[in-house]
Ligand binder design. Structure first.
Ligand SMILES: [Zn+2]
Length: 176
């Protein structure tokens, strides 16, 4: 099987809700998916990548632990995220939405519980950009993109760029 490819805005898989993964029985699939996801993340020099961005509607994401403060964790399988704290505004981008960077308002703190590849559940309490990255990736598992969280005005302002991305990278483009 050829390696999975990064999915761009306009790809239907980015809009689906993802299903939970069964770790012992799906280990082979998980290994192949994670290897492709880590490859894409490294190649694209991203902060994080969720499985739908690699074309698979399963609940898992990877984060760049060199750039974020995650106590060494980088693989989050079947994550459960609880947010708290005041709202904070910072700039976000997304590998699936190239060229668009916008400020997004999100809670400052998260508690994330997830499984690692061994099936062990761990919990991390995060703040600042690590908390933001977890929320951004977790949104992908519910078919939500960061541009959905912009104000109506900002949404109108990025609309044209979004349709250009869809045309350039989308399923009916000359590239794919
Ligand atoms: Zn993203």
């Amino acid at each position: 099987m050829s390696p999975r490819k990064l999915q761009y805005y306009g790809s239907k898989v980015l809009r689906n809700s993802s299903r939970a993964v069964d770790i012992p029985s799906e280990l082979e699939f998980l290994h192949s998916l994670l290897s492709d996801m880590l490859e894409i993340l490294k190649y694209e020099k991203g902060l994080g990548l969720a499985a739908p961005q690699a074309g698979e509607n399963v609940r898992l994401f990877v984060l760049n632990s060199d750039e974020l403060n995650l106590s060494g964790h980088s693989i989050f399988i079947n994550p459960e995220v609880t947010t708290s704290g005041s709202l904070d505004k910072d700039e976000e981008g997304c590998l699936s939405i190239p060229g668009i960077f916008e400020y997004v308002r999100r809670p400052l703190n998260v508690s994330v519980s997830a499984c690692d590849l061994a099936g062990e559940r761990f919990t991390l309490n995060l703040d600042d950009y690590s908390a933001r990255a977890v929320q951004h990736e977790n949104d992908h598992l519910d078919g939500i993109l960061f541009v959905d969280r912009l104000s109506p005005l900002r949404k109108r302002l990025v609309k044209k760029q979004l349709s250009e991305i869809k045309r350039e990278y989308g399923p009916h483009s000359r590239i794919l």
